[in-house]
Design a protein around this ligand. Structure first.
Ligand code: F6R
Length: 243
């Protein structure tokens, strides 16, 4: 695992956007796995700026979703499909034909999970998977004690994650769904390059457990230690509890 400490979130966003741009220059139809939440926004902004400046052509890029709420209509503004359309696809000038994700509104959610794992494999696998990290060490929505070999499946959010995400639902935890579909940890580990960005002091404990703790299901992000090409980019605040 490679750990890169950057001064701030913007520097982390720029560094990772440049890694994505380099990948796309070499493989224009790369499959990019993307995360939602606040952390990756500087990455998406930096990548969109490179596109505007003509520094990279993303027109053939493909975008794969990491996780999705269950039970929200697909066009709900906070469904992760909607969020990714707004925050990633539109700024990059991509339409939904470039997008793949699990169907959180499916009648048979388990079948939708299996179908998504199959679709990812048939698409050739994820080339670069962006990850954020929860304050409890989750990646995607693999909460603590998720199996390190897990596949895409339905999960129940912890109270802490629902509290953390209430800010996207007018601060009202009652509106935050209880269930999600998430790529499993085993699924995530199949991506060719994992890039985790963590910023802010609130992530410092989770980052220390990820980088310096044992590989253990209690900290799902520690599974990155098992991956041959994992990069953890942290700002100084998130790095503050590293030894
Ligand atoms: C969401 C996801 C989550 C977030 C994590 C951190 O797609 O994968 O694991 O990355 O909850 O969220 P923020 O970045 O909002 O702190």
């Amino acid at each position: 695992m490679e750990v890169v400490i950057v001064p701030d979130a913007e520097a982390g966003g720029e560094l990772i956007a440049e890694a994505m741009a380099q990948l796309l220059r070499h493989k224009p139809d790369a499959l990019l796995g993307v995360a939602t939440g606040s952390t990756p926004l500087p990455i998406y902004e930096a990548l969109a700026a490179k596109v505007s400046a003509g520094a990279v052509d993303v027109s053939r890029a493909r975008i794969a979703q990491l996780d999705e709420y269950v039970g929200l209509p697909t066009d709900h503004p906070e469904s992760y499909r909607s969020v990714l359309r707004r925050e990633v696809l539109e700024p990059l000038g991509l339409d939904m034909a470039a997008f793949m994700g699990p169907d959180g509104a499916a009648a048979d959610v388990q079948a939708a999970c299996a179908a998504y794992d199959k679709a990812l494999a048939e698409a050739g696998g994820v080339d670069l998977q962006l990850l954020g990290i929860g304050t409890d060490g989750h990646i995607g929505f693999n909460e603590p004690c998720s199996s390190l070999a897990s596949r895409t499946r339905i999960k129940t959010l912890t109270e802490q994650t629902r509290v953390d995400n209430a800010r996207f639902f007018e601060g009202d935890i009652e509106q935050v769904p209880h269930h999600v579909i998430t790529q499993g940890i085993g699924t995530i580990l199949e991506a060719r390059h994992l890039v985790l960005l963590a910023t802010g002091e609130g992530k410092a404990d989770a980052v220390a457990a990820t980088v310096e703790g044992p590989v253990a299901a209690v900290c799902p992000a520690s599974a990155l230690q098992l991956h041959p090409h994992a990069t953890v980019v942290v700002d100084e605040a998130a790095a503050s509890k590293l030894k």
